[in-house]
Write a protein that binds this ligand. Structure first.
Ligand SMILES: Cc1ncc(COP(=O)(O)O)c(C=O)c1O
Length: 401
């Protein structure tokens, strides 16, 4: 490691809280699927900032939209209207086939917004008694890091030390429609789920599960709320991961790639029957929906649509998955995924492999210790993907048995 990199890392380590375990690399530049470190070494980015960089680093159209807005008008708060927000919300609603959108900043904030929306709907529309609303979530969920959200996490590292947890959440196994049915009662207002569980290690729903969930939610008047913050906007090889099962939820929670990788932008999108219940003073955010975010978010969405990134993700993902499936190693348990949301599960922690991949010029991260997540920007070229496969193949061949 160069003195420059060592100094950059030491500075972060000294002054930052140690709530992450980053790879020992300090990045200074990015373009498309590539990033460069402080010493000028080039890497394939196979994390994409946890799927926030579907459009790649510094997409020229998104950067241009940001630059056009910078120096003109960046922040108004929602106390005033601005000339950018309406167009962004319109495109968001048209893209999702929904009626209204509520813009926020981080993914966790959008999930919190969804929780409030489902509870509000439960009280105002379904007739649930005051403070009795229940939301069903899945084992293995990851919806963010705020106190309410970590309170219903099944990952001990997420919740332990941050109690007491917020009441009103019930957990059921992911993929088990009968368990969901059994958990629904008169106070159930929503089912919050990831159509593909990302942080849990890219866990796909069993065939037919989401259709059954849709039916149950409609039958029992429960809001079906898909957290597509990671799986959405092309990552899984469809615009939304729910599309693979041909279903439409009542609410989409979006974030990450809505930002084009530039600036935190998230949103809750849904019908008038739910989002129409918010009235002035019931929810808000100083930065949510600001003109800079709206300009960037609109450009980020347009790039996903005009460059047909969902179809590209489907094609390249199928190609890459079929290649990964040819790899053999006694410690390699399973290769799985959809689109460019892929994972290799091993029988032991993958940190040594991750460090070796880094040395060979590919940045990826473990999720839940034994699983290597592979999620490059969707704009990655076929030749880059082929080169990345050669890196993974060589690292696997060098991994002690
Ligand atoms: C499915 C899902 N929901 C919510 C979040 C939280 O998003 P943020 O980190 O922007 O708060 C994430 C982040 O990884 C996620 O994958």
């Amino acid at each position: 490691m160069s003195a420059k990199t060592t100094a950059l890392i030491a500075l972060e380590e000294k002054y930052g809280a140690h709530n992450y375990h980053p790879l020992p690399v300090a990045l200074t530049r990015g373009k498309g699927a590539l990033v460069w470190d402080a010493d000028g070494k080039k890497y394939f980015d196979f994390l994409s900032a946890y799927s926030a960089l579907n459009q790649g680093h510094n997409h020229p159209k998104i950067v241009a939209a940001a630059k056009a807005q910078l120096g003109r008008l960046t922040l108004t708060s929602r106390a005033f209207h601005n000339d950018k927000l309406g167009a962004f919300l319109k495109l968001l609603c048209e893209t999702t086939g929904m009626e209204r959108a509520l813009p926020m900043n981080s993914g966790a904030e959008a999930v919190e917004t969804a929780i409030k929306a489902m509870r509000l709907w439960g009280y105002r529309s379904k007739g649930v008694d005051q403070d009795r609303a229940e939301i069903i979530v899945c084992e293995g969920n990851f919806h963010g890091r705020t106190t309410t959200i970590v309170g219903f996490s099944s990952d001990e590292g997420s919740w332990n030390g941050f109690g007491p947890s917020t009441p009103g959440f019930v957990k059921v196994p992911f993929g088990d429609a009968d368990a969901l049915k059994d958990a629904i009662n008169a106070n159930t207002v929503g089912f919050l789920f990831e159509p593909i569980q990302g942080e849990a290690g890219v866990i796909l729903p069993p065939p037919g599960y989401l259709k059954k969930v849709r039916r149950l939610c409609s039958t029992y008047r429960v809001l079906m709320c898909a957290d597509e913050i990671q799986s959405g906007l092309g990552r899984s090889g469809a615009l939304f991961a729910c599309d693979h099962d041909g279903i439409k939820p009542d609410l989409y929670v979006l974030g990450k790639a809505l930002s084009g990788g530039l600036y935190p932008i998230s949103a809750l999108v849904g019908g008038e029957d739910v989002l129409g219940l918010f009235t002035p003073g019931t929810h808000g955010s100083t930065f949510g929906g600001n003109p800079l975010a709206a300009a960037i978010g609109e450009a980020a969405l347009r790039v996903i649509l005009s460059e047909k990134l969902p179809a590209r993700s489907a094609r390249l993902g199928a190609l890459f998955l079929s290649r990964l499936k040819t790899l053999r190693h006694p410690k390699l348990k399973e290769v799985r995924g959809r689109g460019l949301m892929l994972a290799m599960e091993f029988t032991e922690p993958v940190r040594p492999l991750v460090l070796d991949l880094m040395k060979r010029g590919l940045l990826a991260k473990d999720t839940h210790e034994n699983t290597l997540r592979l999620a490059p920007p969707l704009v990655i070229s076929e030749s880059q993907l082929a080169a990345a496969f050669r890196v993974i193949s060589a690292a696997l061949a060098a991994l002690p048995e």
